[in-house]
Ligand binder design. Structure first.
Ligand code: SF4
Length: 376
């Protein structure tokens, strides 16, 4: 095993990410943040499973109020996930230890302001509230400027976006930051993280395969990516994303610990034969933004219904909400993303309309059969 990259130490509450510290294991609450009792229960469940850090999503002032109550009921180090509304960081920072922003989401609001100004605002807020920052770059929401700069080359666009934000934070003299570069394809996760780590070996990295899906496939994808990166000294904190019922979320933590222990002990598991061939179902782990509680069941039903298509090279993406659903299904052959009362169906980038939770599976099957027919 290669020695860990000499990353900086970044303190997040009473946890330290990077440097010579053990790899930090984290997860995210999959409850509606405004359901304070459920969110506290989920944070405690993750803590009991061994989570070092728990992330919560906040999209509105009501979420902030709920977060304050959650904070009062737990001492777990908390991280918060900001989406387009980056200004909310002022309100959430007093209650958390780390703020995650996505460079791909900073162009939505206040278009007259530069990205540098927005990053400065987040960094000043974090510094004033003793918070660390995660620059979280995601394949499904890459900064459009980077997509223009690197047409057809997502890997370069993701790496350049992360490097640009590191440079902005460096110029501001803000050092308490970590970076994540995530994709639902484990091979891309390996490539983007290797490239970024070669460019910025000093920056602590948060590893994860986003929308890895359901066990066992979601576990295997994550294991392969972590084995290739951690064994090369890359990675200071990890999150395993699994689509599992809320009460089983502790599995994300136990799986992460098991994978890390195996790598440490030199126990590498080979990829099952033909693992990367045939039907690929990607699904998000769900979070506070999930729009219908039936989401996990829907993902499981899609998996069961599509069993007959195992041999076909088709990707189906199942996502929980409108925030990431439309973008992160673009690259799949068929995409589903949940609304409160209906499921939106896409074929590639084309929208095929929305269907009730009762009607979506037969409609999906129709499209799947057409694709299979066209392939044969
Ligand atoms: S797609 Fe939506 S519900 Fe699923 S994890 Fe991402 S933000 Fe949460």
């Amino acid at each position: 095993m290669a020695a860990r990259n000499p990353t900086r130490s970044v303190r997040v509450g009473n946890v330290t990410i990077g440097g010579d510290q053990p790899i930090v294991v984290q997860s995210m609450a999959a409850t509606r943040t405004q359901d304070v009792a459920a969110t506290v229960r989920q944070v405690r469940l993750l803590e009991a499973a061994g989570a070092d850090l728990v992330r919560v999503a906040v999209d509105s002032r009501k979420d902030v109020a709920a977060l304050a109550e959650v904070r009062a009921q737990t001492s777990a180090p908390l991280s918060v996930d900001l989406q387009e509304n980056y200004r909310l960081c002022v309100e959430v920072a007093p209650y958390v230890d780390k703020i995650r922003y996505n460079p791909g989401h900073l162009h939505h609001h206040e278009k007259q302001k530069s990205v540098a100004e927005k990053v400065a605002f987040i960094a000043e807020t974090a510094a004033a509230n003793d918070c660390a920052i995660r620059v979280g770059v995601n394949c499904g929401s890459i900064d459009p400027r980077m997509l223009e700069r690197y047409p057809g080359d997502h890997v370069s666009a993701i790496v350049a976006s992360a490097a640009e934000h590191c440079a902005l934070l460096d110029q501001l003299g803000f050092e308490r930051y970590v970076v994540s570069l995530k994709d639902s394809d484990w091979k891309q996760v390996v490539e983007v993280n290797r490239r970024f780590a070669a460019e910025r070996p000093d920056v602590p990295l948060h590893l994860g395969v986003t929308e890895a899906g359901m066990p066992p496939e979601g576990v295997i994808k994550t294991r392969v990516a972590f084995e290739q990166l951690v064994s090369q000294g890359i990675g200071d904190t990890v999150r395993v994303s699994l689509t599992v019922p809320f009460d089983d979320k502790g599995l994300e933590i136990s799986t992460a610990r098991e994978i890390l222990a195996d790598i440490e002990a030199g126990r590498f598991r080979s990829v099952p034969p033909r693992f990367d061939e045939g039907l690929n179902i990607i699904s998000c782990p769900s979070c506070s933004r999930v729009e219908n509680e039936k989401f996990v069941e829907l993902a499981q039903d899609v998996k069961a219904m599509t069993e007959y298509a195992q041999e076909h090279e088709i990707t189906i993406a199942v996502m929980g909400c409108r925030v990431n659903g439309p973008g992160e299904t673009d690259d799949a052959d068929l995409g589903l993303w949940c609304g409160p009362a209906a499921v939106n169906l896409k074929r590639g980038e084309e929208s095929l309309g929305h269907y009730s939770y009762g009607d979506i599976l037969p409609r999906l099957k129709q499209e799947l059969d057409q694709i299979i027919e066209a392939q044969t």
